[in-house]
Design a protein. Sequence first.
Length: 501
Amino acid sequence: MIYTLNNYKTNYKNNFDADVCIIGSGAGGAVTAYELASMGYSVVVVEEGGYYTTKDYDGKPLNNMKTMWRGAGSTVSFGIPPISIPAGKCVGGTTAINSATCFRTPEHIIKQWKENLRVDIHYKNLEPYFERVEKIINVTELPWDVLGNCAKIVKRGADALGLHCKPLKHNVINCKGCGTCQFGCVEGAKQSAEVSYIPLALKYNTTLLTHCKAEKIHFKGMKAHSVECRVYDDKGKSVASCTIEAKIIVSACGTMITPLLLKKSGINNKHLGKHLQIHPCSRVVALMEEEVNGWAGVSQGAYIDDYADEGIMLEGIFVHPSILSASLPGAGREFFELTQQFSHVAAFGVMVHDTTEGAVFGNMHTSFSWYMMNMKDIQTLKNGIAYLSEIFMAAGSKKIFTPISSSPVISSYDDIEKLKKSYLKRSHIPEVFAFHPLGTCRMGGDSNCGVVDSFGKCFNTDNLYVADGSIVPTSLGVNPQITIMTLATRIAEKIAEQLRK
Ligand SMILES: Cc1cc2nc3c(=O)[nH]c(=O)nc-3n(C[C@H](O)[C@H](O)[C@H](O)COP(=O)(O)OP(=O)(O)OC[C@H]3O[C@@H](n4cnc5c(N)ncnc54)[C@H](O)[C@@H]3O)c2cc1C
């Protein structure tokens, strides 16, 4: 059963009860819901956003950002530089607006969690969970023609330099590469949570409450017993209230919100809201002699991990022309002339495996994050931009646009060498984004090192779990959705064990 705005009783309190109440329907929440519902437990999923499907998408970024992106895409961390950290606010969560790239958690990262934080997870034991997730969301390798010309050009440059450019894996069925992944998949190819896990959960005893925002979890002693919510219409007006009583409560609101909900609900832990890591990233745009037509092909086609030891991952990032063209330099006629060559523009991204930690503050109505990139990460980002410029040059580009204010245009190998040797200030890279916030309710061996245990159970509570990106203790160096879904599958199994008892 799905509750949309029309289904709520507006003048009454809407009461629900279930074995499990899951707050959030993204990567973590949707997986937990399906796994538990399919084991026979009754589930209520509370989701603040609406339910959008292919028929609602027109491929126009601004239209879909207004409805599906939190704050219409305005979520930014404070610091120098300020960093845009977008997230989904809709059924499917951020998976509905992500680029569909899939990576398993690197084995050495899991070892670090064990060594540093006593997280009791072994890579070998995770393998069946990875396989289960990858099967349900159909993780697959697409042909180079669908990956697009940007990926092919970067591969050509990488081959010339002896680097390894490899195709990324994606969770899609029949993807033709129309490149609008981040604004709702107009082909209906992306197997994001609202297309895969949520419909599967709804086949069982699952109630999905859309437009419903959880505001507080109530406790009796150490036992969480209900979730207090309000229903907001599309203009943000409160139109109804809801209470969900459940034996188990799971917060899956995402890294930026779960710590605030826990704090509001009385959870007290020195790590709550801290250790925010985000994979800061940026882009390099290159003018090619050949026609690129970068919009034809998935937006994130290929990757190069030869520089992983330096904390650098190079990954495709050709976004909608209306957005990418904004990163071209110049103004007036100069800008106009560049846009006339847009079919010759190639773009690729640089992602940093960060060492910086930030934090999330505020309350359920006004929240903000602080993330001041440390100088090591700034130089790592700069080096990634230099390596990528070198790759584009080796692929034949004569004019490369970087996001670095002190070297905006690169047109020779000398320029690249100069960039490599330079020491950047924070303010020299104004254009930084981040798509993978993690760590604000991290797992740990006990409450001295984490907020939740290795199965997502919140320390000092009997039955409150967290199953989203916030429990991932550190950044991964790779995109996180498979990690989050895998951990959620494992957490659902643990919850079922507790319910059986
Ligand atoms: C543009 C973009 C591209 C990305 N591309 C990739 C990619 O290609 N590969 C990859 O692995 N990762 C990618 N990511 C990241 C990935 O999608 C996220 O890491 C992942 O979806 C996070 O899962 P989650 O469960 O923590 O949170 P989310 O998926 O964000 O789900 C949280 C849900 O909780 C809801 N919610 C929040 N607060 C409340 C509340 N109080 N009450 C009710 N509901 C609430 C939200 O509306 C949301 O639906 C991308 C992210 C972005 C922004």
